[in-house]
Design a protein around this ligand. Structure first.
Ligand SMILES: NC(=O)c1ccc[n+]([C@@H]2O[C@H](COP(=O)([O-])OP(=O)(O)OC[C@H]3O[C@@H](n4cnc5c(N)ncnc54)[C@H](OP(=O)(O)O)[C@@H]3O)[C@@H](O)[C@H]2O)c1
Length: 187
């Protein structure tokens, strides 16, 4: 497939690149010319994707990342920049979900979702956004980061789908890097 967007010379950090949407984001960005940093916990899966991207002529680097750990976030972003240069594009995609009915959700389930999808995404955006300050050529994409607790009787938990939480994340990115210099989109 041909891509009209030329991202040659750009560096993209894709969190949650070991499967699903994140892996596809990484392939697509690479085919558009970007160098991609593949980040998540399952490094072996990332290495498989790196091999696929390199076989297509792309440039990919693997970095271990657990978004529930502040130390891991800082180390992964620093490592990504050391290896590939300044990050131009953030695909803030790491996420988890659970499948309990709403009335069966335990505190540990709630914490699991929020630690990854809200807190994790927030601090990934912060760490990358801080480093983007002063860079006038930015494209930042954050996906919809709020996880879903599925339920037979109530398919989506309104609490965990709160648009206010997503807005908070987007506003953080805008505050850090300036709305005029960035394109911030939900997915
Ligand atoms: N598929 C859809 O239709 C859809 C629609 C809207 C939103 N979403 C959301 O988009 C996200 C991706 O969806 P998907 O279907 O691609 O799911 P997926 O295949 O399960 O991918 C989730 C990714 O998040 C990573 N991840 C999970 N916990 C992490 C952690 N603590 N630190 C770093 N990475 C972590 C996983 O990598 P590791 O296990 O290697 O860490 C994996 O690569 C999910 O949050 C999902 O809820 C999906």
């Amino acid at each position: 497939m041909a891509y009209s967007m030329d991202l040659s010379g750009r560096v993209a950090l894709v969190t949650g690149a070991s499967s699903g949407l994140g892996a596809q984001f990484a392939r697509t960005l690479s085919r558009a010319g970007a160098a991609v940093v593949l980040a998540s916990r399952r490094v072996e899966k990332l290495k498989e994707l790196r091999a696929q991207i390199e076989a297509e002529g792309g440039d990919a680097h693997v970095v271990a990342l657990d978004v529930t750990s502040m130390d891991s976030i800082r180390a992964a972003v620093a490592h990504a920049e050391t290896e590939m240069g300044a990050i131009d594009i953030l695909i803030n995609n790491s996420g988890v979900s659970t499948t309990q009915r709403l009335q069966d959700v335990a505190e540990a389930d709630f914490d699991f979702i929020f630690d990854t999808n809200v807190k994790g995404a927030f601090f990934v955006a912060q760490e990358v956004g801080k480093r983007m300050l002063g860079n006038a050529q930015l494209f930042v994409l954050t996906r919809s980061v709020i996880g879903t607790l599925r339920s037979a009787s109530l398919e989506k938990s309104p609490l965990l789908q709160s648009p206010a939480l997503e807005d908070t994340l987007l506003e953080l990115v805008w505050a850090l890097i300036g709305e005029r210099s960035a394109s911030v989109q939900r997915r």
